[in-house]
Design a protein around this ligand. Structure first.
Ligand code: TPP
Ligand code: MG
Length: 211
C-alpha cells in the first residue's frame, strides 16, 4: 500500500518507459546500472517491477562509466544476455568497451537514457549554486549522436519506441530520449530522509515516519 502510494508520487515518464523495458527481458540474466539520475530512475522502476533479475549497482562508489564494463564481465563469465543501462555522459567513458563488445559479439543490450545533459551534476549546480557550467547544451555540454557512435563501432542502433520487444538483435545500443528535467523528488543535502523536495504530503510523511 505504501509502496503503491510512493510509486504514484515518484513515477515520471522515464520511469514508466524503464518499467516497460523491464517487463520484456525474460531471456536476460542480469541488469547493470550506471551512475547519475539514470541510476535513480532505474532503481525506482526496478523496485516497483516484478523483475527477479540480478541487478548490479554502483551505489555509494559512484563510479561513472561502470555499467558497460560490468555488463562485459557478466557476459564473459556466464555467456548470458545482459541488459545494461547508462546515461549519455556515462557512455562517453566507455568507447573502448564498445569495441570489446562489438569485436567479441557479446550479447549485451545497452540502453542509453539520453537527457542530453550531465543530469545529476546539472541538478546539483542548479540547486546548490544556481549556476550551470558545462552540464547542459546551453552551458557547454555537447549532446551525443548515438547513432553515429553505434555505427562507428559496428553496433546496431535503435531508438526506443512503444513497439519494443525482446527479440532485438544484440549487441546493440537502444537510445531512449528523455525529455523531463531534473530528478524529483530528491533529498536536499542535510535533510532527514522524509524531507524530500518537493515536500511529501503530510499523510505520506506520517506514514513514512511510522514505517
Ligand atoms: C568517474 C566519475 N566521474 C565523474 C563523476 C561525477 N558524476 C556523477 S553523475 C555525473 C553525470 C552523469 O551524466 P549522465 O551519464 O548523462 O547521467 P544523467 O545524470 O544525465 O542521467 C557525473 C559527471 C563520477 N561519479 N565518476
Ligand atoms: Mg545525461
Amino acid at each position: 500500500m505504501l509502496k503503491d502510494t510512493l510509486f504514484n508520487c515518484d513515477t515520471n515518464e522515464i520511469v514508466k518507459i524503464i518499467s516497460s523495458i523491464l517487463e520484456c527481458i525474460d531471456d536476460y540474466s542480469t541488469i547493470t546500472s550506471d551512475v547519475g539520475n539514470n541510476e535513480f530512475w532505474l532503481s525506482r522502476a526496478y523496485a516497483f517491477s516484478k523483475s527477479q533479475h540480478r541487478m548490479l549497482f554502483s551505489k555509494s562508489f559512484g563510479a561513472l562509466g561502470c555499467s558497460i564494463p560490468k555488463a562485459i564481465g557478466v557476459s564473459v563469465s556466464n555467456g548470458n544476455k545482459v541488459l545494461c543501462f547508462t546515461g549519455d555522459q556515462g557512455i562517453q567513458i566507455n568507447m573502448q568497451e564498445l569495441m570489446v563488445i562489438s569485436t567479441n559479439n557479446l550479447p549485451i543490450m545497452i540502453v542509453v537514457l539520453n537527457n542530453q545533459a550531465s543530469g545529476m551534476i546539472r541538478d546539483r549546480e542548479k540547486n546548490r549554486y544556481n549556476k550551470l557550467i558545462h552540464t547542459t547544451k546551453e552551458s557547454g555540454y555537447q549532446a551525443l549522436n548515438l547513432e553515429k557512435i553505434a555505427n562507428a563501432y559496428g553496433l546496431t542502433y535503435y531508438q526506443w519506441d512503444d513497439s519494443y520487444n525482446s527479440l532485438r538483435k544484440v549487441p546493440c545500443i537502444i537510445e531512449v530520449r528523455v525529455c523531463d528535467g531534473e530528478l524529483i523528488p530528491f533529498l536536499p543535502k542535510g535533510n532527514p530522509i522524509q524531507k524530500l523536495s518537493p515536500n511529501l504530503t503530510e499523510t505520506l510523511y506520517q506514514q513514512l515516519d511510522r514505517s
